[in-house]
Design a protein around this ligand. Structure first.
Ligand code: TRP
Length: 408
């Protein structure tokens, strides 16, 4: 295995194009931080700001989002001394690897990416050119993501279902590089889908998502959080009517924050016919109890961007200590080498480089024909004469070459 560490490497990126909401907290931030505390894991969490540029061309928004997301993870308890926490654009090895990978990536593979195909389909449905308004950035998104993952030889990549294809592509691309350059340069990553992490419903009952405009921002001040929770859509059952918790987005949100006992008590209250207004107040209190102390930390962190900047840079320095030597090896493997580096056969590209190019030569030798087998330096490795025809000599030369190759 190319990696020295025996710990499982867990890596995930967060695109810095928005503000975190309760769904991100429950579905990604909280479980990831819990996983990072396990002793058998080595975690890599990074701010995917190069990916943000694919979606967002508002520079102020990219910067603001990077600050907010970094502050969110730190406020929620991510310990930057225990994990690798960095910003993608602080690791120049990532875009450099992106190019090396681009050159082994089949264009057809990228044609099949869901996000690109969906954009194509939408254009066609509108009667436009299939590629109208689609940037090469969107097209290359999966290769950049493969570089994020492969540069640190990650084993597991926790992602949502919509990202699974990207992890499969990272495997394909890594495998292809390993094959072409005949070495185990990259660990092949696997997607880790958290089955038991519920997707949080939004205020309208559909999955909480920016694209549905039904989110509750994670760091709303208390009063606004309360107002947002009071705005969650419920059915029209009156107080006193028994309510079904399994059919209620309000209950689903409560459960994501409650202990098992609290959830049982709330089920009971539903059966007893708690009014929606009272239920919402309880949900607000429970959510706020968890978030209030974190919110205080978040506010302090956001007010001190210099401190966050420093932590991210320190994280990048640690991460680059891993990325730089791997990239050096990869550059060598593909032939980006110092010109006075004559040890062309050294390093990992063994299988290819060490195989000397053998060459058969057939020539007339008096009345008969003969062959020689030469290596790359024109040394004679085999020679034999006495053949009746050049064809026969060539045939024997090739047999001799096969034997020599097998012996090397
Ligand atoms: N594409 C991911 C998303 O939209 C973000 C991301 C970028 C990522 N690079 C990554 C996730 C590497 C996991 C690993 O959610």
């Amino acid at each position: 295995m190319p990696q020295a560490s025996s710990k499982t490497r867990i890596l995930t990126g967060i695109t810095t194009s928005g503000t975190p909401h309760l769904g991100n907290y429950v579905g990604a931030i909280r479980p990831a931080i819990a996983a990072s505390r396990k002793a058998d894991a080595e975690s890599f969490y990074f701010l995917a700001d190069y990916h943000a540029l694919v979606k967002c061309d508002d520079p102020a928004r990219v910067q603001r989002s990077t600050l907010q997301i970094a502050a969110s993870w730190l406020a929620c308890g991510l310990d930057p001394a225990k994990v690798y926490f960095y910003r993608q654009s602080d690791i120049p090895e990532i875009p450099e690897l992106t190019w090396l990978l681009t050159c082994v990536t089949a264009k057809g593979l990228l044609n099949r990416a869901h996000a690109y195909k969906a954009a194509n389909d939408a254009n066609r449905a509108n009667g436009e050119d299939a590629d109208a308004g689609i940037t090469a950035g969107l097209y290359m998104y999966p290769v950049l993501m493969a570089a994020d993952i492969l540069i640190f030889n990650a084993n597991k990549v926790p992602v949502g279902r919509d990202q699974v294809q990207h992890i499969e592509m990272a495997r394909d691309i890594g495998q292809r590089f390993n094959h072409i350059y005949a070495g185990e340069y990259f660990t092949l990553p696997e997607a880790a889908i958290e089955e038991n992490v519920a997707t949080l419903p939004g205020t309208d009952g559909r999955k909480m998502s920016k694209s549905y405009d039904n989110t509750i921002p994670l760091w709303l001040p208390e009063k606004e959080l309360r107002r947002a929770i009071l705005g969650i859509v419920t059915n029209s059952q009156a107080p006193g009517e028994a309510k079904n918790p399994d059919d209620s987005n309000l209950f689903a949100i409560y459960r994501a924050f409650a202990s098992a006992d609290e959830a049982v008590a709330m089920r009971h209250a539903f059966a007893e016919g708690i009014g929606w207004g009272d239920a919402k107040q309880k949900v607000f209190e429970r959510v706020n109890a968890e978030l209030a102390p974190l919110r205080e930390k978040y506010d302090a962190l956001v007010a001190d961007p210099a401190q966050i900047e420093e932590r991210l840079r320190a994280g990048a320095t640690r991460a680059r200590a891993l990325a730089t030597p791997l990239l050096a090896k990869l550059r060598h493997a593909v032939g980006l080498r110092a010109l006075n580096d004559v040890a062309a056969n050294s390093g990992q590209s063994r299988a290819r480089a060490e195989k000397p190019a053998l060459q058969p030569v057939v020539f007339r030798d008096g009345e008969a024909f003969a062959f020689k087998v030469l290596d790359a330096k024109k040394s004679v490795l085999a020679e034999q004469g006495g053949f009746a025809s050049p064809r026969e000599a060539m045939h024997e030369a090739q047999a001799a070459m096969k034997k020599l190759e097998a012996a090397i």
